[in-house]
Design a protein around this ligand. Sequence first.
Ligand code: PMT
Length: 408
Amino acid sequence: MNVALGVGGGVAAYKAAELARALMEHGFTVQAILTDAAREFIQPLTFAALTGRKVITGLFSGASSEDTLASSVEHIRVAQEHDVLVIAPATADLLAKLAHGLAGDFLTTMYLAFTGPVVLAPAMNSNMWNHPALRENMRILRERGHTIVEPEDGPLACGTIGPGRLAEPEKIAKVVAGLRNRPAASKRDMEGETVLITAGPTQEPLDAVRYLSNRSSGKMGYALAQAARDRGARVILVSGPVHIDPPKDVEIVRVHTAVEMREAVMDHLDEATVIVKAAAVADYQRLNAPNHKVKKTAARLSLELDPTPDILAELGRKKGDRLLVGFAAETENLIEEARRKLESKNCDMVVANLVSQEGEGFESDENEVVLVLRTGEAIPVKRAPKTAIAHRIFDEMIKLRLALHSLR
Ligand code: PMT
């Protein structure tokens, strides 16, 4: 696969050289494209030496640098010859230009001519990252279907501490590698399906200002929603409170508590042909939580909690011909627990993930799972970005539907 690597002008531009190397280690050929601002931070020669290719630095033929391949239609040729466009670091300026279609240099012009998947790895000061203008541009780019490798928290070059550091090159390279597992845009094998997906945590109020919840970020459920949408399904996404934007063209129902999630799921059950329960639903709630803030005292405080409704178990009783996919978040006995859940909740598939492993399960961009099927199979799926895992779940689900039909 050929990757076009766009490099923006920021302190993190030096990390783009490490990214070029990491991409090549994953088996990609890499064509570096440096903006004028990037060249203030890093020399084209560094990329030429690493990738073994001339670096593109300008839009017009005969442009000044010796490293320049560009001619008046070069941006079209490069757009056609590459499978993925990765931009790292994606600066605030570049993101604004991409969001609004401004095409004043090679990279932004090539972006408009490019029809394949785009991966953006932003890096900037935290205040810039949190600015409403930037948030709006990110929303536009996400809705356009681009993959965003979120910046990380930490000390920044400007001296502040917060979100804005370019994600580690190996992490970005893995996200790009995960796109290999993604079906071509033409594979619309879920047309006619209505997929009801739950995602994120629930929040169970303890008083007017406190709640019981968990670390679910919604990334797994949102990746499933995006994958089902890309494969042509209608998607209804019932989401607990999360800090990520929903994919474009999915119907979103926002909830807070397990009781609200149950109600939303049951409201849409009739329309669904497939149900995927990726949400991390709280198992306990405080019934009749006080609607004022409970005062702190020196005394020990005990809380009485009651079970929340088991949505998956109810779905198992009501599912009829629908395919029901549950999740199992376990810290031990992964497959045994998944099989137990599959039977007791009448699921067709349980996606079992070990949530005790660093960098997998809750909050992370990647996951490693075992797909436990009603047919008795247990299919391990190696660590990969959640979008790739989501596609694998649907690949196996489609095969399972055929297998179950032939058993009838
Ligand atoms: O959101 P991310 O940060 O991307 O993290 C992804 C994830 C770790 C949350 C996801 O991969 C995952 O494992 N989701 C299920 C988490 C969970 O609650 O597991 P469980 O083993 O406690 O529940 C089993 C199943 O029952 C789940 O499908 C759950 O949605 C469902 N359930 C649980 C409790 C309840 N009251 N009602 C339910 O329907």
